[in-house]
Design a binder for this molecule. Sequence first.
Ligand code: PEP
Ligand code: MG
Length: 893
Amino acid sequence: MTKWVYRFGGGQAEGRAADLALLGGKGANLAEMASLGLPVPPGLTITTDACLGYFSGGKCLPEGLQAEVLEGIAAMEALTGRSFGGSAHPLLLSVRSGARASMPGMMDTVLNLGLNDETVQALGHDAGDARFAWDSYRRFIQMYGDVVMGLDHEVFEDILEDEKARLGHDYDTDLSAVEWQHVVSLYKQVIAEELDEDFPQDPHVQLWRAIAAVFSSWNNARAVTYRTLHRIPHDWGTAVNVQAMVFGNLGSSSATGVAFTRNPSTGEKSLYGEFLINAQGEDVVAGIRTPQSLTEEGRLAAGSERPSLEKLMPATFAEFRAICTALETHYGDMQDVEFTVERGKLWMLQTRAGKRTTRAALKIAVDLVDEGVITEEDAICRIEPPSLDQLLHPTIDPGIARTVIGSGLPASPGAASGEIVFTAEDAVAAEAEGRKVVLIRIETSPEDIHGMHVAEAILTTRGGMTSHAAVVARGMGIPCVVGAGGLRVDMRNEMLIGPGFTLKRGEIVTVDGSSGHLLKGEVPMVQPELSGDFGRLMEWADRARRMTVRTNADTPADARAARSFGAEGIGLCRTEHMFFEGGRIQVMREMILAEDEAGRRAALDRLLPMQRSDFTELFTIMSGLPVTIRLLDPPLHEFLPKSQEEILEVALAMEMEPGQLTRRVEALHEFNPMLGHRGCRLAISYPEIAEMQARAIFEAAAAAASETGAPVELEIMVPLVGLRAELDYVKACIDKVAADVSAETGRPIGYLAGTMIELPRAAIRAHVIAETADFFSFGTNDLTQTTFGISRDDAASFIPTYQRKGIIVHDPFISLDFDGVGELIRIAAERGRKTKASLKLGICGEHGGDPTSIRFCEEVGLDYVSCSPFRVPIARLAAAQAAIEARRRGSGQ
Ligand code: PEP
Ligand code: MG
């Protein structure tokens, strides 16, 4: 026989905190508190298995459940000296949901269950307070009518409002017993009228229906959405906690409150909380009355005249404080607790790990290690890696009200304000005059790079998380929002148009790249501060992880920022970005537009010293660390002039006929450039480009080595390989240049040559490609694009619809698709290593900075992850957590 019910109370419990999956968070912790001998009202927890049984059995309570619940209620009756449904000393119950993961406010609760026309009299007699009894009854009918019977709670609120108005009472005035009794009759009347059934008087009927309703609330729309957003499995089910009611609304010696065992916003070790005298728990949550500070310290800090609980009920408070300390030590974490004082007697109603800001989380974790409560590894696992973002960028002051005028995808975190500009040129001009700008574009292209560089923030109305704007902004650490589809850029009139507003060039806006919001005007910011706690935790994380963390960096500024964030090398330098700077684009265009190889070589000769000096600087910054340089990847026409104006300008500079130039530009046009003449295909068509790049790399490496005395570990990477023969061809070019440069300098050159794995064919043929490659770097942006056949630049127009319709849960360009793309990575890693055990494996797509994807990389055994500079700390922490989890799994912990 399955056991459906676990009892607790009277210093004993059948469950424990470890039974989280079966009893849910609330139930498991109630059991734990009861077994610790803490004052917990007796009760029982119906398991999550019973919830699953309820659904699989066509929404019927599973067999045997009712008998077990009745036994549990009998035990509660014995412990409380009350009887459920009894006409004297009635036992009232709370029926609450409690899932394995916290889903605050998503599911349902019923309080004061067991009241009816008879027990209400008994309750009034017991409490010596008829007003309290009738108020409790009306609260019960209101909750039950809404949650169980499905009548909108506003129906009840309207009745109450009307009644107060009729009686001439203020909103805040409490009603008398007789007045509440009348409200009860009105409530029952509306139920009978609207639902065609009477409010159930039998407490057992009330109970069974309430349990079923709480089970059902697992699948209400808001709970389903919450689970989807928080990646909580839909098949966990909720437990139901049925517990003896205690009352904080029995006069001035009663109270109810919530507390954190440490300050949740700063992490300070001091009890922090609020309470209300003569109130039920729901009153605190509802926020109708303003609560008072729990402690004297809190009262003074808040500058309040209203007395603290510490002052009002010193003995009860002392007991409460001692319990909080004991709970924190027992759980090894800051707790968020709920309590009630019923006529001077303290009752603990809930404990759980408290939510906190990132700053508080770091302080609490580090302090708990110092206090000997938890280990360094525990501390590492306590911090959500993405939350570190809050510390690395200026963020909008959480205390201010936001005027959001548009939103898109949160592509690059942090927030910044500036005046609107619509072109890269305007951005550069404004910046030169010392003005701060926000660059707003429909989408960005490599030609905008100079404007993006000087912008405080970027917003595009199109594009997804791997669009050009998103990738570049993240790399630069500039706040960025992309795909803000509700906004329209009117380039001609230089206006940004949104629902009900237009903003002109020069008007001030704020972009919040962490939330995806566009705000009007300038708003106050909080500056980042990498405190000692952050540094200490990151040090522990570095010791705990197996994978190294590199960065994707194309510029010296990126490389420096990344090193300061702890990057251990460069995993991807996209060399094309170097060709857009300053006058280089012009030389690049000459190279591309040259009619023959000789013309191309002449332009390449001019590009060589520029690339060499870029690489020398990069290698000097990264001295002693591995640096992966990727050969030119994007289709050539990305570099070409587009508007008629630009064509004229370039034609003039090249002393070419505009018509001839236009024809050449048209000849380079491609229908699907992402699958066109790009990647290693360029090096095969124009080997002189790869030769120039290889020479620049080798000469720069030699120059940097002689300057720093510590050579970089050089890795040259060939993009978009699908065939081994492609890699063989390009590698032969590289090797030949290496031999030439070595002969010229008289020094040997050490380097690895490898490939990106970003095509399904490359993954499947990895064992063959590994015969040539020294390393694989998974380019998961393209690998996701080519595996799904979804254009990474166009995905934003339909992925949100897919998510809304439940076709996919997560955007695969943000979080790795384990089942498809992940399977290809697994295959490639296994096959590649079978051919070459020493094959280095890394990831350099955007997923390299995504904690969930990083966990997958650990599982597959990659050697490193590479991500944009500002995500390096996140990746370091995520990699540490992944390694700790893997070790714990391995040792069965
Ligand atoms: C990738 O495809 O994952 C990658 C890193 O290369 P890019 O984003 O430059 O195409
Ligand atoms: Mg790619």
